[in-house]
Design a protein around this ligand. Structure first.
Ligand SMILES: [Zn+2]
Length: 290
């Protein structure tokens, strides 16, 4: 325990100096009931992740995606921020965190009250028309899908972070997708970055600018498996900006980390925020937030 305490104190000292940019991943949302399929407690994903190419090129694959996603949406929309998200928002209120880059598509950082959040891979609660570009809320699409598929439900046990669920082919075949409500013809896609798709360049540039201006980068709940998130750690390390990684299990960024914490984030982050509150000047928002 002595070693762990020393690590938390070291992380607290770094965070208390301010200028922190958070890079978060699925591990931060597991305690909100959204499983991390790459984490130590996560189950392996049974389906190959949908690629952009399969989604736009294969009507059957698209129907399967939407049928599963329609059911998985119940879990996503019911998820609430956990103590970890709230601790990040608290550090931000205290002026110590300048921004959040998240790989999560669940919107839970914003729901917890964080600002300056870049949702690298988009948000599941927004739907985009690939024909006319119209963006609508997932809630609106959900109402249309419920109307188009009366009585459609299925027992499902596994929900992945992108809202995917297991569903047999017979049920998929009975699912009716709807077209864009604006142009009446366009293909609808969740406004998230699929595998095989690239993050918009302007969004990546904004993230690099945040990292370049940071005094420290704090990685929360990401195994940094995909370059999409890992590149920000590499960028920071190259510039000599200290990187702290808090994640359950090893990550592909561990070799670049000044400090490593292996703990559930819903427990670690409130403790960290308390430690930081003990070292920042009196009168800050952090102390008031208690
Ligand atoms: Zn449209």
């Amino acid at each position: 325990m002595g070693r762990v305490t020393e690590t938390i104190d070291a992380v607290a000292a770094l965070v208390a100096a301010g200028g922190v940019v958070v890079v978060s991943g699925a591990g931060l949302s597991t305690e909100s009931g959204i499983p991390d399929y790459r984490g130590p407690t996560g189950v392996a994903r049974r389906h190959t992740p949908m690629t952009y190419q399969a989604f736009v090129g294969d009507a059957a694959a698209r129907r399967r995606y939407w049928a599963r996603s329609h059911l998985g949406w119940r879990t996503i929309v019911g998820a609430r921020p956990n103590a970890g998200h709230r601790a990040v928002a608290r550090l931000q209120d205290a002026g110590l965190v300048d921004g959040v880059i998240t790989q999560n598509v669940d919107g839970l950082h914003t729901a917890a009250g964080s600002g300056q959040v870049v949702e690298l891979h988009g948000r599941l609660d927004t739907v985009v028309c690939l024909g006319c570009g119209d963006r609508t809320s997932r809630g609106e699409l959900d109402r249309r899908l419920v109307a188009a598929n009366p009585g459609f439900d299925a027992a499902f046990a596994v929900v992945n972070p992108d809202g995917d669920v297991d569903l047999d082919d017979d049920r998929v075949a009975g699912f009716r997708m709807v077209d864009c409500g604006c142009c009446g013809a366009g293909m609808l896609k969740p406004d998230v970055v699929f595998f095989g798709e690239t993050v918009p360049a302007a969004r990546v540039a904004r993230c690099f600018a945040m990292v370049d201006a940071a005094r420290a980068v704090l990685v929360l709940g990401s195994s940094l498996t995909v370059l999409s998130g890992r590149r920000f750690v590499l960028r920071a390390a190259k510039s000599g900006i200290p990187v702290v990684i808090a994640n359950q299990g090893v990550t592909r960024g561990d070799g670049y980390a000044a400090l490593r914490v292996d703990a559930p984030l819903g427990r670690f982050l409130p403790v960290l925020a308390d430690r930081v509150a003990a070292v920042v000047p009196p009168g800050s928002g952090l102390l008031a937030a208690g």
